[in-house]
Design a protein around this ligand. Sequence first.
Ligand code: SF4
Length: 352
Amino acid sequence: MEFRTLALYPFLKESSQFVKERQLGLDDLLKGSMMAEARRRGKARVMEAIRDLTVPNAPVTSEDEAVQEIMSYPYARILVSCIGDDVLVRRYALAEAKAFNERLRREEMTTVVALALELEVEAVHVDDMLRMHFADFLNYTSGLRGPEWKLVNQDLRDGYVQLEKPKFVRVLEQALDDRIEDELPIPVNDELLTAVEKDLEEIAAALAEYKEKYRDDGFGEVSILKFPPCMKKMVAMAQAGQNMPHAGRFALASFLSFIGMPVDDIIKLFCSSPDFDQSKTAYQVRHITGDGYGKKYTPPECATMRTNGICFEPDELCNNRRVSHPLTYYRIKTYDKGREKKETKPPSAPSK
Ligand code: SF4
């Protein structure tokens, strides 16, 4: 592959080979002045993953720049491993996978297939269409909800599922996400920690800021003050690590997604559950929220919540205004808050 392509996909064996040919090792990456740009780019990968759930699209105009860009990937992995935090691993993996998806959508079919094979996804390019072995399709779509991901709804030919490019690429995104999550953190020693400590300080601060932003009542733009009692109760249960029935998890995850909480933060909320299984939770939450691709589930209405025993402590608003859906409760509260603000706003000065 051409050096610009290798720089876009630094996890490829061919990309590592490209760098190996220049006889660059770990010591060069950690300390060498020639690799300062790779370290800068590597740190930027992690910082942007934390802040914006993406990785930078750094320009590559020469082979030397391609080397720096490729080496930024192992450096980023070292930084993530040194921090050793599950939330960071998940966020970083997802950011790399999403950037991969965006880049791959612009590639020729042959490159898409080559990258699929690199991820050990059995794929072929036939008559201008992409096909993936059904076992790989099943493996990586088990976390994607919606009829469009069900095997029975696929065009299955000789054991291969024929897919449109965006869907094919979406499956590969999942494959890369899983791979990075499985690989990280890599083992680190004191020497490694000392070598990167300066960069770690900034990353640890950004991570702490990110976690703080979505802790407690804030939820970023989302305000728990407007939550109906059932959802408040379930947030408290999740934060306290209390076991929650499946129906409760479904209702809470779909509610939070609907009011705009990022998927990653919903997953994080469930981290305190006693039976928390990171990859299973991530799959379940992505199922429910659609994760921008599959079907996005609506939270159940109050009648269903009652039947499932999760209509906790309905308050005056639930009873008086005959709220029939938790989202209606949230909307009424949002509307009331907006009105309160307007009414308490000082009157503007009369024009002269
Ligand atoms: S009535 Fe509806 S909104 Fe109110 S607590 Fe019960 S389920 Fe939640």
